[in-house]
Design a protein. Structure first.
Length: 458
C-alpha cells in the first residue's frame, strides 16, 4: 500500500502550529508561599478567618540590609574615645518599628504558630515566646488553683521573655547591618568551634547530637543558629560599647576612698565559751526540803567562798579539756549562755561585737587553738549574775586592709561593669523611645491568651 505523505503532512501541519502557539502563551506557576497555618500542628483548632497579607510567614532568609549612613563608616571624626553619648548616638541603628498583628476573632483559639507582630519587618510568632518558657509555664499551670492566678504568673514570665526577644531581634538586626566582613568571618569561626564542642558532647556524632536535641524539643541546626546569634550580639555589643568604657585612675582612687570599708577585713575569731554561774556554788537554803535552792541573801564571805569554788570547778573542766575531753559536750552540760546548745561556739566574732569588754579583751589576745584560764566576771548590782567563763579560740583572722595597688584591678572591673550596664540601658531606652508601646502590650496579651489556652486545661 502506497503511503500518501502529502495528505498526512497537510493534516499534521495545523496541529503542530497550534502546539507552538500554546507553548508561546505558557507561563510558569507562581512560587509557593508558606503561610502561618502551615506550622500549626495537625488536629489543632484553627480560625476560619481569611489570612491577611501581613500574617503570611516570609522566608527565613533575611534580606541583605542596606547600610545606614549612621554606620561605622559615617562616624564623625570629632567623637572622642570617652564620649559615650555621641558614640552611642552615632552607632545606634534606625528607630525600631514594632507592629502588632491584628487581634484574633473573639471565641477563636490561638495556636503556637499565630503571628504576634513584626519588629522592623521581621515576624514574631507565639512559639518564639512560649517555647523557651515551656517548662516554666507547665509548672505554673500545675501549681495554679485558678485560671486568673495562672494568667498573672504567665503574663509576668511572658513579658520578661518578650522583652528579651525584642531586644535580641533589634540587636541582631543592627549587628548584621553594621558589622564588618572580618568580624562576620570571626563569628563564623567561633560558631564552628562551639558547634564542634557541642557535637563532642554526643560522642562526636552530629546525628547523635541532633537526635538527642530533638528529644529535648530542639535540633542541631536550631542550636547552631542560637549560638551564632548570641556570638553576633556579643561581638556587636563589644564593638558598640567597648570604645566608651573608659575608667581613669582618678575614678578608681575615688571609689577606693569612698568604699574603704569594702577593702577592710576586721579582726575576727572563732570563739568557744563555757559560762558557769557562781550561784551554783552558793550555800543551799536550809528550809528547802530538796536542798537545791540557794539561800536568798548570802553574806560577803559566802559570796567570796562561792566564787573560789566556781573557779576551782572551772579549772577542773579546763584540765579535762586539755586532756582530750570534748569541749562541746562540757559546754552543753555546764554552760548557761545562749551558745551552749551549739557547743559553746560563737562563729566569726568581730572585734566590738561582744557585749562584755573583759571577755573580748581576753579572747582577742589569744592565739589560735589556745585557751585562757577561767575568768571571773562579777556583777556588782546583782551577785546572782556572777559567772566564771572558760574562753577558747580556734581560729584568728587579723585586721587587714587591702592596699590600693591590689584592689585597683577589682575596682576597675567593677566600674567598667557598672558603666557597661548604664550605657546599655541608655542604648535600649533610645531604641524604645520611638517604639510602639501599644504594640508590645497587644503582643503580651495575645501571647498570654495562647499560653492559657495551651497549658491551663483544668
Amino acid at each position: 500500500m502506497r503511503i500518501r505523505w502529502r495528505s498526512i503532512w497537510k493534516f499534521c501541519l495545523p496541529a503542530i502550529a497550534g502546539l507552538f502557539a500554546g507553548c508561546a502563551h505558557f507561563s510558569p506557576p507562581p512560587p509557593s508561599v508558606i503561610a502561618a497555618g502551615a506550622f500549626i500542628r495537625p488536629g489543632a483548632p484553627t480560625s476560619t478567618r481569611p489570612k491577611a497579607p501581613s500574617q503570611t510567614r516570609p522566608s527565613r532568609i533575611p534580606a541583605r540590609p542596606v547600610r545606614s549612613s549612621a554606620g561605622p563608616a559615617a562616624l564623625p571624626g570629632n567623637i572622642a574615645k570617652g564620649d559615650s553619648t555621641l558614640a552611642l548616638a552615632a552607632l545606634s541603628p534606625p528607630a525600631p518599628v514594632i507592629r502588632a498583628a491584628p487581634a484574633p476573632l473573639p471565641g477563636k483559639p490561638l495556636t503556637v504558630a499565630a503571628l504576634l507582630g513584626t519588629v522592623n519587618g521581621r515576624p514574631l510568632f507565639v512559639q518564639d515566646i512560649l517555647h523557651p518558657l515551656a517548662a516554666e509555664l507547665r509548672n505554673q499551670a500545675a501549681t495554679s488553683r485558678t485560671q486568673s492566678y495562672f494568667r498573672e504568673q504567665a503574663m509576668t514570665s511572658i513579658a520578661r521573655q518578650l522583652q528579651i526577644k525584642i531586644d535580641n531581634m533589634l540587636l541582631l538586626q543592627a549587628a548584621r547591618q553594621q558589622l564588618s566582613k572580618d568580624q562576620k568571618k570571626e563569628i563564623v569561626v567561633l560558631t564552628a568551634q562551639k558547634k564542634a564542642k557541642l557535637i563532642a558532647q554526643y560522642l562526636g556524632s552530629a546525628e547523635v547530637a541532633n537526635r538527642a536535641l530533638e528529644r529535648q524539643g530542639s535540633s542541631l541546626a536550631r542550636k547552631t543558629r542560637q549560638i551564632r546569634e548570641k556570638l553576633t550580639i556579643r561581638v556587636y555589643i563589644s564593638r558598640l560599647i567597648a570604645p566608651s568604657l573608659v575608667v581613669t585612675r582618678r575614678q578608681i582612687w575615688n571609689y577606693y576612698q569612698s568604699h574603704r570599708s569594702h577593702f577592710t577585713s576586721h579582726a575576727r575569731i572563732s570563739l568557744y565559751t563555757i559560762t558557769y554561774p557562781v550561784i551554783r556554788q552558793w550555800p543551799r537554803d536550809p528550809h528547802d526540803p530538796t536542798h537545791t535552792r540557794p539561800i536568798r541573801h548570802p553574806t560577803p564571805a559566802q559570796l567570796l567562798q562561792a566564787q573560789r569554788q566556781a573557779i576551782a570547778y572551772c579549772r577542773k573542766l579546763e584540765d579535762r579539756i586539755r586532756h582530750g575531753a570534748n569541749f562541746a559536750f562540757l559546754a552543753e552540760d555546764n554552760s548557761v549562755d545562749y551558745h551552749a546548745r551549739n557547743g559553746g561556739h560563737w562563729p566569726n566574732v568581730r572585734r566590738g561585737e561582744l557585749t562584755n569588754p573583759q571577755i573580748e579583751k581576753v579572747a582577742f589576745a589569744l592565739r589560735p587553738h589556745s585557751m585562757a584560764p577561767p575568768l571571773l566576771i562579777v556583777n556588782k548590782k546583782n551577785p546572782r549574775r556572777d559567772v566564771v567563763v572558760i574562753i577558747r579560740v580556734t581560729r584568728v583572722w587579723p585586721h587587714k586592709v587591702i592596699p590600693f595597688a591590689v584592689a585597683q584591678k577589682r575596682i576597675a572591673t567593677k566600674l567598667r561593669d557598672r558603666e557597661f550596664h548604664r550605657l546599655m540601658n541608655r542604648y535600649y531606652q533610645r531604641l524604645y523611645n520611638q517604639a510602639s508601646i501599644a504594640a508590645r502590650e497587644r503582643m503580651l496579651a495575645t501571647a498570654t491568651d495562647a499560653a492559657v489556652a495551651l497549658y491551663y486545661d483544668k
